[in-house]
Design a protein around this ligand. Structure first.
Ligand code: ATP
Ligand code: MG
Ligand code: MG
Ligand code: MG
Length: 431
């Protein structure tokens, strides 16, 4: 094991001498003393260099060390309650790995395109770093939640022969002379898997050729998709609200420092506890009408509609019972009114948009076949999926939660591209 301490563990070493390894973030000089803000990826800390505590050579490093130079520091850990980090290092010695060239991302404001072109460097800055730490926590929390509740992880394939969520956003690729598509969702596979495992989830990247430029769409994003045998739409919504509150709670309790760096208003997140409001599509349309928004019954909601609806609630709102035409072929018809399907969207508060799409699935083989025929879908390719209704069909439900959308909301990020390490959009494939 290396003999250096990670900055995040510095509080365990008060009054002891330790070695840190990492990078120079910033230097401030004033006469016989200089300050070095140091980072090692786990956290930032202030190091104090006093003329009479170090060699002449080390004291003079204030003139040679550049931002992002890689160094090793030996020093004494001291409490510094009035200081941002709470602790500081009284430096005894510094060794240099490399003096960095002039760093392109200075500690000043840069344009977003410049920062995205330099995403590989920008990741070292405090805010992007904090967002991705929250993402890592939420991602782990997603797995923990389902692993603790008798779900089996069953991964779905990335290459698929068919569309799951509409053909307009398909990425087509050559598969040894045949057409294949990058997966838009693992759901169809999960529906088959629950007949073998009862409750499953899959968690991986999804690909959609999103041509509109919004703040909420990536072309490559991660989705976690639980699927449950013997769950109806209400059981599905119960699980969805429990899951989302769990994720928010984990972020608030495990990432307080990151959320502080991001200046997130925690009072908004602390309200996210079940039950969440549930309204039907028709009730949501009434809200839009009352607010004077232009909207035609039967359409899907766009971002302005979702924002307007979310303004009426301080928790995520679940909109269910949708006109069949707006939703995918696999959703179950509402037995009480065949014009509707038992689909549900969960809309985050504060205008962060849809974070979950889900439904009770059509378990009646004749109704499913009719829908497949009506939508002109290739029946031969869906044969295996129809088998799910041939051999012991049961009521079942599931949903998909977009990881980056959820992280965007929890972090209060302006744009979804900040919530994935290497964003892919219509205009960005690099780095
Ligand atoms: P939207 O209406 O915002 O386009 P959708 O209804 O097409 O989303 P679903 O097919 O319901 O999305 O997928 C489930 C979840 O996946 C969404 O609720 C959202 O959180 C996430 N998601 C969908 N498309 C994208 C995307 N292009 N980028 C990031 N996340 C996405
Ligand atoms: Mg969409
Ligand atoms: Mg939608
Ligand atoms: Mg949806």
């Amino acid at each position: 094991m290396p003999d250096h301490v990670l900055v995040k563990h510095v509080p365990d070493y008060i009054d002891r001498e330790i070695t840190l390894r990492g990078w120079v973030y910033n230097i401030r000089k004033s006469g016989k003393i200089w300050f070095l803000i140091f980072r090692d990826g786990t956290n930032w800390i202030q190091c104090v260099v006093l003329k009479n505590e170090v060699s002449e050579e080390v004291f003079e490093m204030k003139n040679t060390l550049t931002q992002e130079s890689s160094i090793e520091i030996r020093g004494l850990v001291q409490k510094a309650p009035r200081q941002e980090f709470g602790y500081e290092i009284l430096v005894k010695d510094i060794k240099i790995y490399q003096i960095a060239e002039e760093y392109p991302i200075a500690l000043k404001e840069h344009g977003i395109e410049f920062l995205l072109d330099n995403r590989h460097l920008w990741l070292r800055s405090r805010k992007p770093n904090a967002v991705l730490k929250v993402r890592a926590e939420v991602e782990n929390a997603c797995r923990d939640f389902f692993n603790e509740r008798d779900f089996v992880l069953v991964d779905s394939p990335m290459f698929t022969p068919n569309a799951a969520e509409g053909t307009t956003t398909l990425f087509e690729t050559d598969y040894f002379g045949r057409k294949a598509y990058l997966t838009q969702s693992g759901q169809l596979y999960s529906e088959a898997a629950i007949m073998a495992f009862n409750k499953t989830y899959c968690f991986g990247p999804c690909f959609r050729a999103e041509k509109s430029k919004t703040r909420r769409h990536l072309t490559e994003f991660w989705m976690i998709e639980p699927e449950m045998a013997f769950y109806d739409i209400h059981d599905n919504m119960d699980l969805a609200e429990e899951f989302v509150s769990y994720l928010v709670e984990r972020a608030v309790t495990h990432c307080p420092e990151e959320l502080k760096i991001l200046e997130r208003d925690l009072s908004k997140l602390e309200k996210i506890i079940p039950p969440f409001p549930r309204i039907t599509y028709d009730e949501a349309v009434d809200i839009l009408k009352k607010k004077g928004l232009d909207f035609e019954w039967g359409n899907d909601f766009g971002a302005p509609h979702e924002t307007a609806i979310s303004e009426d609630f301080d928790k995520p709102v679940m909109i269910w019972k949708w006109p069949a035409e707006t939703k995918a072929f696999y959703m179950k018809r509402d037995p009480e009114d065949e014009r509707y399907v038992l689909g549900v969207d969960m809309i985050a508060p504060e205008g962060f948009g849809e974070i979950i799409g889900g439904s009770q699935r059509e378990d009646d083989i004749d109704k499913l076949l009719a829908r497949i025929q009506k939508e002109n879908l290739p029946e031969e390719i869906f044969n295996w999926f129809i088998d799910v209704r041939r051999y012991g069909s049961v009521p079942h439900s599931g949903f998909g939660l977009g990881l980056e959308r959820t992280v965007q909301w929890i972090c209060g990020s302006h744009h979804i591209r900040e919530c994935i390490p290497w964003p892919r959009t219509m205009v960005r494939l690099n780095p």
